[in-house]
Design a protein around this ligand. Structure first.
Ligand SMILES: [Zn+2]
Length: 431
């Protein structure tokens, strides 16, 4: 193997026209960091003149002129060291047009100082969780350079907008960036492949309408199911846009509503004049737990009760200390049970029989009113297994991405990162 061969092996350089001499490597301190500096040169016989297009057939057409010396190219790290390729590039003179030009290489684009391999590596890292700042540091480039790559990715179409919508999808919103309206973005998740379909930078009804109307009416009419939380304006909007779709309220959000109402009642009882104050404060989790999952056999010594007691006994005791708490609790557990058993009749009975119950809290009553108001959509969730669980899961991943990067200033960067990390966008194959 020649020096050229093994140096190129180490640096993963495939360009046949780059050569290295025996003493091509030196260690230099650059910006206070030890850097491996490789010196090489680039030369070949050009096939034609890029200036005038004249074909190079012999000595009279294009001749080697001089070298453009010391072109700096940042390459990927070697054994963890920042590395630099200093390339002397051959210059040519075209006798046909009398102009000169410089040799080009696949290692780096014309007029660029960062190698294509480094850029590829940055793109690969952008597909993993991790902040842009860390990616920049690992690749020995500026954060701005990483952001420019993200910019370019976001300029290309972020979705394969071939005019086809998922037949079953969920919608939701999530906290996005300052440059989105009210800092919220709108997300559509495909129920069939369990992945993001798209993210829109506004959740306003008008914008969402405009967004979905990019798809033909024929395509929109093919949508079969849409899941969403209990935000009423979305239902009207979705009905208008997707006339054949069955709208399904998310089961989880139904439970959350009554759960919050019950917890609110408990918190109100947590004042220091209440003799059960400490117990109510400590055992909030048990009160909110699905009754059937409470342990009612194992007694454990409890310092608050000063005796051995089961989980079930603790909850029974606490819920019996207040009439509103007791009634809210029964209602909450009843709704959980009816939903878990997909028992529509039970659910309807519980909601309708309690709407005039004067012993439940105001907040609980408000939840029941919402439920009656949206009964058709809620009952759909008993008939069809689709829920917004996958959307919520996706939103958690989005939160993590935002958190790792310590937030994003630009929506387009945030969106590009989400799409890259979720594997919807592949910057390597997209060109
Ligand atoms: Zn020429």
């Amino acid at each position: 193997m020649t020096h050229t061969d093994y140096t190129k092996q180490i640096l993963n350089i495939k360009d046949e026209n780059i050569y290295f001499n025996e003493n091509c490597l030196e260690i230099k301190r650059i910006n206070n960091v030890d850097t491996k500096v490789f010196h090489g040169y680039l030369t070949y016989t050009p096939e034609y003149c890029p200036k005038c297009g004249c074909i190079n057939e012999g000595f009279d057409d294009i001749i080697k002129w001089n070298f453009k010396k010391n072109c700096k190219i940042k390459i990927t790290k070697v054994c963890g060291f920042n590395s630099l390729l200093i390339l002397d590039k051959q210059r040519f003179l075209c006798k046909n047009c009398n102009r000169t030009f410089t040799a080009s290489t696949s290692v780096v684009d014309f007029h660029k100082q960062i190698s294509n391999d480094t850029n590829l590596n940055i793109k690969l890292e952008l597909m993993q969780k991790g902040s842009e700042k860390d990616i920049a540091k690992r690749n020995n480039v500026s954060s701005n350079h990483v952001n420019r790559i993200l910019d370019k990715i976001s300029q290309d179409k972020l979705i394969k907008n071939n005019g086809i919508l998922p037949k079953k999808f969920g919608i939701d919103e999530f906290s996005a960036t300052k440059d989105t309206i009210s800092k919220m973005a709108f997300i559509t998740v495909d129920h069939e492949n369990h992945n993001i379909f798209d993210i829109n930078d506004s959740r306003l009804s008008l914008d969402i309408e405009k967004y979905f109307k990019r798809y033909s009416k024929n395509e929109r009419d093919k949508v079969e199911f849409i899941t969403m939380d209990l935000y009423k304006p979305y239902y009207k909007l979705m009905h208008g846009l997707f006339k054949n779709a069955i709208l399904i309220s998310d089961r989880f959000h139904i439970v959350i509503q009554v759960r919050n109402a019950l917890d609110n009642t408990r918190i109100k009882l947590c004042n220091k004049s209440n003799p059960n104050y400490k117990k109510l404060k400590k055992y909030w989790k048990l009160i909110l737990k699905n009754e059937s999952n409470l342990d009612d056999t194992n007694k454990k010594y409890n310092k608050h009760f000063k005796k051995e007691i089961t989980q079930k006994d603790i909850v029974t005791y606490l819920t019996n200390t207040d009439k509103t708490l007791y009634n809210d609790y029964q209602l909450y557990q009843g709704i959980i049970k009816s939903i878990n058993n997909r028992n529509k009749a039970d659910y309807i009975n519980i909601v309708h029989n309690n709407i005039n119950n004067k012993f439940i809290s105001k907040k609980m009553k408000k939840s029941l009113k919402t439920f009656i108001n949206m009964e058709n959509y809620i009952l759909n969730s008993f008939d069809y297994e689709y829920s917004n669980g996958i959307v919520e899961g996706t939103n958690n991943v989005i939160k993590q991405i935002k958190h790792t990067a310590c937030g994003y200033k630009k929506f387009k960067h945030f969106k590009a990162r989400i799409m890259l990390i979720k594997g919807i966008l592949n910057p390597i194959t997209q060109n």
